[in-house]
Design a protein around this ligand. Sequence first.
Ligand code: SF4
Length: 446
Amino acid sequence: MVLVSYLNPLSEEGQNIVRGLSSLDDIFNPNDDLMDIVIHTNRQTISNQEYVPVTFADLAINRIKWYIDRKNNKDFNPNNYAYFFNERIAEYDTIAFHILAQAIASQFKAGSREIKLFVSSYGLMVEDRLTKLLETDKKELVEEILNDLLIQDGIEWTFLKELIGSKKLSLTDLVLQNGEIVLDREEFIYSFGDEFSDRSPERIYDILIGDNLKEMILSKLLMQKSEEYIKHIQDMLRTIEPHPAIVRLGEMLGESITELMTKYSSFYATGGAYGHMEIGKLVREAFPPCIANTVEGVSSGGRNDAIVLLLTSFVSYARLYPGIFGADATVKVSDIDSNLNITMNEILPLIYEAADNCTPPLFEDQPQEKINITSKLGFGMHETPDLEHEGETKWYTPMSCEKIKMHLPQLCKENKDCSKINNPLSYYSRMKWIMAKTGKNKDSSN
Ligand code: SF4
């Protein structure tokens, strides 16, 4: 019999398992029983120690590593993490889930990349585990967990609007009553039993409310619960200090995530005519004339657009993602600058300095332009960027030379290098490349 906590570590059963852990200090001690399950899992790779967890802390970190690898590695080998799909791992994995949640909640802010990774990795693990379970076990577990969760709350159909929007689910797949989704067999028969005279309501229930729908709702509900759990831990951490072992795990996790994301990130190696366009410190000497003029301050008309539209997008992409025009996916600031340290300490100071150099200084008579700058970085209409608001607006991409010449002609003072490019960002990458080649920019890649 598969444990409920194999899918729902937040269940009553899961919480009892965690209470059985004698001390949090143990999470860094080798655990023979855990290793025994791992190495005796069918098809598990054991030749590479990187994948074999020895401690609870390893198992917790590997949950995230598995997800990043599974999503990004074209040659992903499921046998490296086969133990996650061995039902015997349930007790150990439940502890790993809880210490991981605590480490993430104590180390990273709401809305951070790490919290999103935690929630998404859990959702995908539930989905993958469901596909590997025996049909009878799966049915039983799904029913039991859904009953448990749905006794607590009904679900409005809007809860599934993302799935409906992504076409994984159609509104017509749902049976609704007063806007709430009917999933429970008894409730269905009670509410709609009288409507069917020629067929049994039980049979109709089986046809209408299929397993696929229940599984989708289950993984979505569990992801939501895991997000609430992180929030709950963070509320508690306002009054109590996290355990040192949890702090240590959080730090190790941060390092592992950054290392893996760097490995798979396209932000670091987009290639192109000027070699790798790496993120790196801003090199003012490589700015094109239009940007250099803006940084010195704009006194005539177009001051607001020069700072808010031209400079904000240029500086942020030049610093974080100079290869944007070669990318085929949308990107957010936090995908590269996960805790906004670069944004707050390097990008905004340069933009604010340029705003101050304007005549009159931009924020003196138009302080609301700070909100517009935040908005152009993708963080909504707020005074300063905050991860919680990321995505409320889009990260505005740099203007082309053609647009600058049309809207801000006073800033375009073309020089000989401008003839080879059609965007200030390309100018910047080219100049950095030339400077690095000629030894004028020794600090072009950090
Ligand atoms: S040609 Fe383009 S890069 Fe050069 S100054 Fe004009 S707008 Fe800037």
